[in-house]
Design a protein around this ligand. Structure first.
Ligand SMILES: Nc1ncnc2c1ncn2[C@@H]1O[C@H](COP(=O)(O)OP(=O)(O)O)[C@@H](O)[C@H]1O
Ligand SMILES: [Mg+2]
Length: 303
């Protein structure tokens, strides 16, 4: 069994207190975003981060939602929080690794949320370089392979900060009648962010969540979403599974609470799919760079 997953709610894995982080590198930055509430953003951020940590990646989850569900879902108590994602936005020069709190999952750290984030929206309006605050904090060598940002349910300045900071977005969509409603607004926002702030921002993938095979509507919505987004939709579909909603009350990711439940298994498959997409992206990029090198050499020869 993967050591990180050997814990149970009664015998949690020891907290990884190893603060001797390895040398920094540029992490891959992902945001889990959809302005709708209750579509599975936090559940996805927590379990995806856990699954990536379980296969040996060093992962930092940044909880940008003032409700702090990702933080409590990872067992971080409000009383233990000294500095939070709020400080990451407002305190210049802060290193995200300094704020990282260890979780019960080895290799998984969290920059917790705080209630101050609720006021961040108003404070950001007049802040210097207000769209770039998170980008400046996260786009630097860090001792993590992945930084995953859990966004609040709005297209606010805080969410905008996440979209400006990251390489790519994971968009969870609940398999229900109104799934596609409001999505054009998100797509337009992503286009605007590309034009003005972050030209390389990509939709990493669209994730169908809370899928119920007994409900015909779930299947119809999944078909619609695949027609609209094509290959961007992950093969992995997250089923509706009560274990996913029970786990946070134990302060544990579902993957640790009950690794065998269908929801946890789906998130483990999702992490595999994401890693495969990442590898393909990297090899495509390398091929592209190689092509342009060959073309440049050809030019030199023909001169
Ligand atoms: N696949 C699922 N099956 C059952 N319950 C789920 C599933 N995904 C999320 N939930 C529950 O639905 C609610 C909303 O999910 P959450 O991840 O908090 O959404 P968001 O962050 O988008 O608001 C939570 O109570 C969560 O436990
Ligand atoms: Mg949430």
């Amino acid at each position: 069994m993967i050591p990180a997953l050997s814990a149970s709610p009664t015998a949690p894995a020891p907290i990884d207190r190893d603060r001797s982080f390895p040398a920094g590198q540029m992490p891959r930055l992902l945001a889990v975003a959809n302005q709708k509430g209750g579509v599975g953003k936090t559940t996805t951020a927590v379990n995806l981060a856990t699954a990536l940590a379980a296969v040996g990646k060093r992962v930092l989850l940044v909880d940008l939602d003032p409700q702090g569900n990702a933080s409590t879902g990872l067992g971080v108590k409000r009383s233990d929080i000294r500095k939070s994602a709020y400080d990451l936005l407002f305190e210049e020069g802060l290193n995200a690794a300094e704020l990282a709190v260890a979780t019960k999952v080895p290799g998984l750290y969290v920059v917790p949320s705080s209630m101050h984030l609720a006021g961040a929206e108003i404070e950001l309006v007049t802040a210097k370089r207000r769209e770039y605050r998170l980008r400046e904090a996260l786009r630097r060598p860090l001792p993590f392979d992945y930084v995953i940002t859990d966004c609040p349910p709005s297209l606010s300045l805080v969410t905008l900060n996440a979209l400006v900071a990251v390489d790519a977005i994971v968009v969870p969509l609940q398999c229900e009648f109104y799934a596609l409603e409001g999505l054009s607004h998100l797509v337009k926002t992503i286009d605007r962010v590309r034009q003005h702030f972050n030209p390389k921002l990509d939709i990493h993938g669209v994730l169908l969540t809370m899928y119920d095979p007994r409900n015909r509507l779930s299947g119809a919505v999944a078909d619609d979403v695949r027609e609209y987004f094509g290959e961007k939709v992950y093969q992995t579909v997250i089923p509706r599974n009560v274990r996913l909603s029970e786990a946070p009350s134990y302060g544990l990711p579902a993957i640790v609470y009950d690794m065998k439940c269908p929801g946890a298994q789906a998130y483990i498959r999702l992490a595999g799919e994401i890693i495969r997409r990442e590898k393909k992206l990297q090899s495509d990029l390398a091929a592209l760079q190689n092509d342009s090198r060959v073309q440049n050499q050809d030019k030199k020869v023909s001169v």
